[in-house]
Design a binder for this molecule. Structure first.
Ligand code: RET
Length: 246
């Protein structure tokens, strides 16, 4: 990729993300009021998630602009990880809450997955930092990425195992949306580890190291738009079905 093209691609996607987070915040805040109080919490969490992301994308965008001189090393990846450490547990919690499972199972699932999500992000960040401080991409980065992936698998195990079993008691419509939501979750959350890996493998797949860094930002940004506003819309859809007593 031409450096200017690459810079502008990321610039435009980050700008789109700010628009997506801001407008979906407005939507979730407006839509939650029309729901019955017992179905509002999940949509409130969606609004919280996109508001946190809106703030961070303003900072991320600003940091990206500062790389315009050509030094990708000055980009501050910490904004993303601070964002994820806050938003990923909330995203897990809203999925559990919107289904209104029995409260004992609910709190067990939330507690456990909040811990997994936290450890997944923190270990991923350690690997990411390793790359930033040494500039060369070391194998330590890959090892931290693998440790992080273990927690990712544990979260997926609950989503496809524990929750999937209890969902059998719910209506056909809710089961249908849950299945879509699960695919969306897997397809979008699955982008993060792949994007993480790109700078490490870029030269072996015929890309430059700079391309790898740029594609990582592309992957993270598109995944964030789908995994926060997009996912929030599906959660809202489930909440409206619950509202109608289905
Ligand atoms: C809104 C932000 C979301 C949904 C972020 C999700 C992030 C992940 C699922 C990240 C996973 C990672 C791995 C599984 C291994 C490599 C390191 C991470 C942190 C990128």
């Amino acid at each position: 990729m031409e450096p200017l093209q690459a810079y502008q691609l990321v610039y435009n996607l980050m700008s789109l993300s700010i628009a997506a987070m801001g407008s979906s915040f407005f939507f979730f805040v407006s839509a939650r009021g029309a729901l019955k109080p017992e179905n509002r919490m999940a949509v409130t969490l969606s609004a919280t998630v996109v508001l946190i992301a809106l703030y961070h994308y303003v900072r991320i965008f600003d940091s990206w602009v500062s790389t315009a001189g050509g030094s990708l090393g000055t980009f501050n990846e910490a904004y993303r990880y601070v964002d994820w450490v806050l938003t990923v547990p909330l995203l897990v919690a809203e999925l559990v809450l919107v289904l209104r499972l029995d409260s004992k199972l609910e709190s067990k699932l939330i507690q456990r997955n909040v811990v997994y999500a936290f450890l997944m992000i923190v270990t991923g960040y350690i690997g990411e930092m390793d790359a930033q401080t040494t500039v060369v991409l070391t194998s330590a980065r890959t090892i931290w990425g693998l440790i992080s992936s273990v927690f990712f698998v544990l979260i997926l195990r609950d989503l496809f195992g524990g929750i999937a079993v209890s969902i059998k008691k719910q209506s056909k419509e809710i089961q249908g949306i849950f299945r879509i939501l699960r695919v969306v979750l897997l397809a979008t959350w699955g982008v993060y580890p792949i994007a993480y890996l790109l700078p490490t493998i870029s030269t072996s797949i015929g890309l430059t190291a700079a391309d790898g860094m740029v594609l990582k930002q592309v992957g993270y940004t598109i995944a964030d738009i789908l995994a926060k506003p997009g996912y929030g819309l599906l959660i809202w859809k489930i909440a409206t079905l619950k509202d109608k007593g289905r």
